[in-house]
Design a protein around this ligand. Sequence first.
Ligand code: 5AD
Ligand code: SF4
Ligand code: FES
Length: 344
Amino acid sequence: MIDRLAIIHTAETTHSLSKQEIMLLLTSDEYDQQLFMAADRVRSKYVGDQVHLRGLIEFSNICQRNCFYCGLRKDNVQVKRYWLKPETIIEFASKAAGYGYKTVVLQSGENDIYTVADMQYILTEIKSLGLAITLSIGEKTRAQYEAYKKAGADRYLLRIETTDRKIYAKLHPGMDFENRLRCLSDLKKLGYEVGTGCLVGLPEQTIESLAEDILFSKAIDADMIGLGPFIPNDDTPLAGEVGGTFVTSLKVMAITRLLLPDANIPATTAMETLNKEGRMIALNSGANVVMPNVTEGEYRQMYRLYPGKICINDTPVHCRGCITGKITAIGRQVSQEYGYRTKK
Ligand code: 5AD
Ligand code: SF4
Ligand code: FES
């Protein structure tokens, strides 16, 4: 007899599972509530009840890559492209600090518009505002990562997207899985807090490969793990695909919490796109971070990775109030700390 409750118990107490055990949890929904509750207990015990907010600045939607799932891919001519001037990025960060954020995430498509000198200027200025800085700008050289780190970047998000090399190759033309691993390894060596994670529900993705994705985050001891459903975008080669489900994404996230008890795990925007309570459900199933959008003006509408993205017509002030209300309503508090990972 397969005892899935025993597997959940093992995960909760030892924070370790085999690939087969993870697959068993992913192939039945019978004990999903027990899984989510266990992840919630581990979250509470290791990282507490405070929710860390990270203000997301989407500073350019220009991308030289062609990831099959993403609306910002180079070949998507439907997108009106923009890049914010350094002064504007700094101004958005300054406003975010004014709204009470302790961290900003600078995210863009992968491009070479901003020189190392530009980035050094942006990072130095934002750092002087007393903010922690997370970068999410793709694959760069070690020298670039080093320069950003010296200029004040603290954390870096680079999802592996999928650890299935065959799927990776198909969905990322011209990209190299090995280089992505090199980037993650360089970032770690340079002293960044490193974030990774995967998409759930990619074409041809199996339960086994999802289990491997979870184990990958554990193997590299990721400090942050962001994951969510793949949501098909009409303007991409994956239009018409089925996409991931909310529940499977939530399960992958909950198991990730059990295995990485002290990591920072966001309740992602993609989760909320598939379920209007998605982020709060995620916060009650292992997550401890939310990344509200602090991009001002028209730009957030132009940063469309997938359809149905939430908050595209809202302002940073509105989202700040909205998310605080939701977090308070589920009995949690917005953290006033930087929210670095504390290894336990
Ligand atoms: N559905 C869900 N997530 C997506 N991303 C890109 N395109 C999609 C999509 N169609 C995610 C990728 C990337 C992050 C910034 O957005 O995982 O790492
Ligand atoms: Fe560019 Fe990132 Fe989208 Fe890939 S996922 S096309 S690198 S913005
Ligand atoms: Fe943007 Fe709720 S967080 S409207």
